[in-house]
Design a protein around this ligand. Sequence first.
Ligand code: KG4
Ligand code: ZN
Length: 334
Amino acid sequence: MKDVYILGIESSCDETSASIVRNGTDEIATVVLSQIDIHTNFGGVVPEIASRHHLKNITMVLEECLNKANMTMKDIDAIAVTYGPGLIGSLLVGLEAAKTLAFVHNKPLIPVHHIAGHIYANNLIKTMEYPLIALVVSGGHTDLVYMEDEFKFQHIGGTLDDAVGECYDKVARVIGVGYPGGPVIDQMATLGKHTYNLPLPLDDNSYNFSFSGLKSAVINLVHNEEQRGNIIDKEDLATSFQEVVVDIITKKTLKALKEFKISRLILAGGVAANKGLREKLSTVCVENNIDCSYPPIKYCTDNAAMIATAGYFLYKQGKFSNLELNAKSSVELK
Ligand code: KG4
Ligand code: ZN
């Protein structure tokens, strides 16, 4: 069969990225331009600033990706782009670039759901086999997804309020360790001890999560200690917080695997880069004879290689869109 080269474009949050992937498995070239340094000053992503930077950089990122791959648009079979969910102004930049390229070069346009992208990042490491359960943990999502087969998603549970990555970022802000908070807290957690007592959030029988109570508990703890004139041990707090987060995610994920009788787990999304979560889930999966896999860190956080990979499977199914495709800030995974 002829090789299929998909050009992926991702701009849903604060990373402008383009990538070329062959046959949904081989990454040919990827460029990720992160705006983290710009948003750090504000303690989080400022949507208006993010879209302006996407606009400034998208052409350069696309050119650099093609140059890196030593390819031209003639070599590309289709263009896959994130159409949602995400920040609307940011999504629109990638989407308009994709539509323009599809129109000018007469290529099929493939709309990709951002979370499908995160899940399919796993295919860049090893061919995904079904059925499986995907744990999607990022700045915008905390979802358990059952996949009976390729591109068949059944949402079985998710957060009722804050996403887990969002909770990491807010806790990091409260203890003053910068943005994005996830990687910093993850690192600090390896250095501290579990000394602070925090509640296990939404410890019930459902597959849902809730992190806003835990976030408030951390904020209250920090303020109370400050008022008493006590100094918070940030590393101990990071360890205590991370253990609670990892415990509840592991507990519900294992319950889903057992109840759905599934022996494959894949992790996806920025928080899947978390060392504590990877270690705990790997251990628990070994104990329960479950095959657990997760992408390397560069494929966990936002990137266009995952979009090109998911796009390949939609290409095979002929799921193309016309040029009227619009961006959606919130859209169900299907
Ligand atoms: O998937 P992603 O790049 O963007 C979204 O689609 O949201 O995820 C970004 C989130 C941020 O909240 C960041 O703090 C978190 O992933 N994150 C981590 C780690 N690395 C990134 N959270 C915990 N531990 C990490 N090592
Ligand atoms: Zn993401």
